[in-house]
Design a protein around this ligand. Structure first.
Ligand SMILES: [Zn+2]
Length: 228
């Protein structure tokens, strides 16, 4: 990052402190006073173009956010990736959030990296290769069913295939099941479309994604099984 780029960020912070922080003084005083009652845990991708707080127009304090490459949720107790599990447990048991949102997105570079294959990835990005290992089965399944698809088509499709799998992985966490059994937790699976700015929501009963209208309700248009 060049000095100019850093300077742009620092000027942005100056703007935040001078204008936003002051105009929302009561909110920030409340947060600084110890109020930490987020409305939802959001698990989304690191992608700089997909910013949950911006997409959802949330205020500071509204969202407890975990971002990782491709918005993956490792199954409970598997591997060494404890950061996601720690956040899930704390959000549900500590902060008592009532909603967990898994938010994937179109044009996901993490999902695209799967197409490179673990061996090739491991040569220069071994940590990324290890992280994506959990998603290799998913990629192989989609590749098999879409033999003639281009990489772009495959990546687009993977975004919609991945979210239900991550929701299934959520169910491997005792804390999630504990809260679900008590009726104090709802799970949501969304895909954010970079082209339209829209969200599609997964409907597990029908195994389809449905566009969300501006008021948050599902579109009445016929849903697509692939969300496209
Ligand atoms: Zn991504």
């Amino acid at each position: 990052m060049s000095d100019t780029q850093v300077q742009k960020l620092l000027l942005g912070h100056g703007h935040f402190k001078r204008d936003y922080f002051r105009s929302e003084a009561d909110l920030f005083a409340s947060l600084a006073g110890g109020v930490h009652e987020p409305k939802a845990l959001v698990i989304s991708c690191c992608d700089a173009r997909v910013v949950p707080d911006v997409i959802l127009q949330a205020d500071p304090g509204d969202l407890f956010v975990v971002r990782n490459i491709a918005a993956l949720i490792p199954p409970y107790g598997k591997g060494h990736h404890r950061a996601v599990g720690a956040a899930i447990e704390y959000a549900i048991m500590g902060l008592k959030v009532q909603h967990v949102i898994v938010c994937g997105h179109t044009q996901c570079g993490g999902l695209r990296a799967l197409a490179d294959g673990p061996v090739r990835l491991a040569a220069h990005m071994p940590s990324l290769a290890e992280w994506l290992a959990d998603a290799e089965d998913l990629y192989a399944k989609v590749r098999t069913t879409m033999k003639d698809a281009s990489d772009d088509e495959l990546v687009s499709h993977l975004a919609y295939e991945s979210v239900p799998v991550q929701l299934e992985n959520l169910l491997t966490y005792p804390a999630v099941n504990w809260a679900l059994e008590r009726g104090r937790l709802e799970l949501h699976g969304w895909v954010y479309d970079l082209n339209t700015g829209g969200l599609k929501a997964y409907q597990p009963d029908n195994n389809v994604f449905v566009e969300l209208e501006d008021d948050g309700r599902p579109s009445l248009m016929a849903p697509s099984p692939f969300g496209e």
